[in-house]
Design a binder for this molecule. Structure first.
Ligand code: ZN
Length: 203
């Protein structure tokens, strides 16, 4: 696909095409939609993105993205704070929330172990997870990283680190009912519910 001759339009299209899951053709369609069919949505998107970029930070408790200091899930008094479910991304957290089988708290890694890109325990905030696990009352940590190669490596790193620093906390892994090689975020709610209920002790 050839580049748009107008430089600013070409740049805008390339920015959209650089997003996950959007190819050059979809990017061109999105740009036309936002500039021609729905300029009101284009303006709202531009404002919302600028505002959110200014106010977004990491939740001091679970590490997820938040615009409110402590995130709404951590601030929820109804949540069982004695169980922490460790997920890779906010999208995975949403998938587990939709399963309804889980009412505990979370820790969001915002990635997974990837030595090639210099992502290890430090970058994933594992020291903060350990600090939280050391608080009296935490009895279980559920590892809910995906069953992909990197997700398994991340699970193994978490297991060995947690066993070393918080040996009294039970560590479980989502049951093997989840399809191999699949991201948690693309798994249906019923399968996730079964995997949570069947979670198994590790180590
Ligand atoms: Zn939080």
């Amino acid at each position: 696909m050839s580049r748009h001759p107008d430089e600013r339009l070409a740049q805008l299209t390339e920015l959209f095409a650089s997003l996950p899951g959007i190819g050059p053709k979809s990017a061109a369609r999105i740009v036309t939609d936002l500039l021609v069919q729905r300029p009101d949505v284009g303006r709202a998107l531009s404002r919302a993105l600028a505002d959110t970029l200014q106010s977004v930070s990491r939740c001091p408790c679970c590490n997820t993205l938040t615009t409110e200091g402590l995130c709404p899930t951590c601030a929820d008094a109804e949540r069982d704070k004695s169980v922490i479910c460790v997920v890779e991304t906010p999208a995975d957290q949403l998938a587990i929330e939709s399963s309804v089988a889980y009412r505990g708290s979370y820790f969001v890694l915002m990635g997974r172990v990837n030595p090639m890109n210099g992502v290890g325990p430090k970058e994933l905030g594992v020291d903060r997870l350990i600090a939280r696990a050391k608080v009296a009352g935490v009895r279980e940590i559920v590892i809910a990283t995906s069953y992909t190669a990197e997700g398994e490596t991340t699970a193994h790193m978490l297991l060995t680190t947690l066993k070393k620093y918080v040996p009294d906390v039970r560590v479980t892994r989502l049951a093997r009912g989840l399809p191999a090689g699949i991201e948690i975020e693309f798994t249906d709610a019923a399968t996730i519910s079964a995997a949570i209920l069947d979670r198994q002790a590790k180590g």
